[in-house]
Design a binder for this molecule. Structure first.
Ligand SMILES: [Ca+2]
Ligand SMILES: [Ca+2]
Length: 374
């Protein structure tokens, strides 16, 4: 985990109108004091600052780290040769949290090998992506909305949160804040096929797939689905696959505890689409994860931390969270092996997955980025 310690100093100028009497037993605190010209120790001494109170004298600026009483600090702050007097603020440890799913699919191993999904275009067919999010902005390269109404016509307005969360799992930026995406340098495209309430239609999804083909997307992620099949939606899914796009979708959240029903939704159920089931940190199938012969791969889908609109972060559950792990892994593997066709890439992901048991629950098993590259 990458951690960066940044010093955030509160600029608290202590302004006093008087110099109170000092007593030896008065409580002292750490201060940073800077002269407006050359440092003069005599000025400090005039306020009773002794050598032992000087914790550090800086070289490059006329600044001191001092142990002072509140009275001394106020006196110095009023002195004409003193520019700044600040209480030494507590430095906060900031850092980026690596969601558990990223190492779980060997994402971090592959990042260490130098692959980050760079150069791949991933279409997120969803509720939109907040492209002003601090942990996504630089990676969101474009978008399209299938809606005409004012509330939903902007693909970069995600009034729901779902699409922004999915996008973060694929490609949240590697920086000093927030989370880390599986393919953190990949190009994200916001294809808004679901409205702010999280619903859409097969016509809209088909339109989003069409846009993705026309705009050179390499990977389509569909963390969505319905229980009803549609010949037209299948035709568009097949067309994307024939055109060389890797098409990934959530298997659905209609599973039961026994995991013995056939509940994989559409488009995941189509032959041309990879159906992704959800597992937890212990590689157990989430009870909600849909089951059936169409389940192809498994990925993290429980307590998945990712981005939400407004520079926020939240944990969600669902096969919607599992699918973007596979899309991200696919971007990493494709970057490492650009000569692979989408069909070959898909076979590779199947062959190198870790077998987790019953195929109607887990498919070929847990997707693994490093194993697929090696
Ligand atoms: Ca980040
Ligand atoms: Ca399928």
């Amino acid at each position: 985990m990458k951690k960066v310690f940044a010093m955030f100093m509160a600029v608290t100028l202590v302004i006093g109108l008087y110099v109170p009497a000092m007593s030896a037993d008065e409580q002292t605190d750490d201060y940073l004091v800077m002269f407006n010209g050359p440092a003069e120790k005599g000025v400090l001494q005039a306020f009773g600052v002794e050598d032992e109170d000087i914790l550090h004298a800086f070289d490059l600026l006329p600044a001191f780290h001092l142990e002072l009483t509140a009275g001394q600090a106020q006196g110095l702050a009023n002195h004409p040769q003193i520019e700044h007097v600040e209480e030494n603020a507590v430095a906060e440890a900031l850092g980026q949290t690596v969601p558990w799913g990223v190492p779980h699919v060997q994402g971090t191993d592959v990042h260490d090998m130098g692959y980050t999904g760079s150069g791949l275009n991933v279409a997120i067919l969803d509720t939109g992506i907040d492209n002003t999010h601090e942990d996504l902005a630089a990676n969101v390269k474009g978008g399209y909305s299938v809606f005409d109404d004012a509330d939903n016509s902007d693909p970069f307005y995600d009034g729901n949160g779902h699409g922004t969360h999915v996008a973060g799992t694929v490609g949240a930026i590697d920086n000093d804040l927030g989370v880390l995406g599986v393919a953190h340098s990949t190009n994200l495209y916001a294809v808004k096929v679901l409205n702010n309430d999280g619903s859409g239609s097969y016509a809209g999804i088909a339109e989003g797939i069409e846009w993705s083909i026309q705009n050179d997307m390499d990977i389509i992620n569909m963390s969505l689905g319905g229980s009803q099949s549609s010949s037209i939606l299948e035709e568009f899914s097949n067309l994307a696959y024939e055109e060389g796009v890797l098409v990934v979708a959530a298997a659905g959240n209609s599973g039961n505890r026994g995991g013995n029903n056939d509940t994989v939704g559409y488009p995941a159920n189509y032959e041309s689409v990879i159906a992704v089931a959800a597992v937890d940190e212990n590689n157990n199938r989430a009870t909600f994860s849909s089951t059936g012969p169409a389940v192809e791969l498994s990925a993290p889908g429980v307590s998945v931390l990712s981005t939400v609109p407004g520079d926020g972060y939240d944990s969600y559950n669902g096969t919607s969270m599992a699918s973007p792990h596979v899309a991200g892994v696919a971007a990493l593997v494709w970057e490492a092996n650009p000569g692979l066709s989408n069909v070959e890439l898909r076979e590779l992901l199947q062959e190198t997955a870790v077998d987790l048991g019953a195929s109607h629950q887990y498919g070929h098993g847990l997707v693994q980025a490093k194993a697929a590259i090696q």
